[in-house]
Design a binder for this molecule. Structure first.
Ligand code: C5P
Length: 233
């Protein structure tokens, strides 16, 4: 069964707690990213966990293996469920993240790898020395690399999730942002999919922000998305 994660893209702990309380039982998984974490730190993670929610801590670690290992341990101690790393950090870094997480046993955070940021096109890749490759090919290569070296799953766009889920081993997590219910405001997202399409293509988790947070009735927006996801499951 695919899960809905709401991107808690707000600036303060107070706003975060107010949103989570307002959404109530309609959502039980939230993504805390760089903006909110940099402003409020671990306290905001604890506050959302205290409301009974699971946490995807999306800080996209990319550092030497020892530093990433220790950062993942800190996330494990906070009790988060999902964390992100950049697959370009290399195999020793990915392995270090995996091993640090594994120390938490049954409550280990699952490690998701970012392959190629969706903001980068072919010429951006060339600027950083990745030449002669389409972004889609680079995504596939980095995805296989990350999973082979211990990542539990991938953050991927709706455009990539189908080919990745058909290629990678069963049990891999595919966490997909860029999801918009039919008729919803697309905002700055360029390549979107409906919740049903993303689930049909193999997404195990959908990350949805503004269509729920900015809705007049966030509870009903979340319920509608879940109903659409469940219609496929
Ligand atoms: O509001 P919206 O549904 O567009 O939010 C999507 C969330 O997923 C945001 O937190 C955004 O940073 C994140 N994200 C994304 N596209 C990516 C990676 C992450 O939209 N390629």
């Amino acid at each position: 069964m695919s899960e809905l994660i709401v991107a808690l893209d707000v600036q303060t702990r107070e706003e975060a707690v107010a949103k989570v309380k307002a959404i109530g039982d309609a959502v039980d998984f939230y993504k805390i990213g760089l903006e909110l974490y940099t402003a409020e730190g671990p306290d905001v993670v604890k506050a959302v966990k205290d409301l009974g929610k699971r946490i995807f801590l999306d800080l996209k670690f990319h550092d030497i293996p020892r530093t990433v290992e220790r950062a993942v341990k800190s996330g494990g101690k906070l009790g988060v469920d999902l964390m992100t790393i950049h697959s370009v950090g290399g195999k020793a870094m990915i392995r270090a993240a995996h091993e640090a997480a594994a120390e938490f046993g049954a409550s280990a955070p699952r490690i998701l790898a970012v392959t190629v940021l969706t903001s980068l096109d072919r010429s951006d890749l060339e600027d950083v020395g990745i030449t002669g490759r389409e972004p889609a090919d680079q995504v596939m290569a980095m995805a296989k690399f990350a999973i082979d070296h211990g990542a539990d799953g991938l953050v991927c766009s709706p455009r990539e999730v189908g080919s990745l889920s058909r290629t990678l081993k069963a049990g891999t997590l595919f966490v997909t942002p860029g999801v918009r219910p039919r008729g919803a405001d697309v905002g700055d997202q360029k390549r979107v999919a409906t919740p049903a399409d993303a689930v049909r293509d193999g997404a195990t988790h959908l990350v949805v922000g503004r269509p729920i947070l900015a809705a007049e009735d966030p509870v009903s927006a979340a319920r509608q998305i879940r109903a659409e996801m469940e219609s496929v499951n």
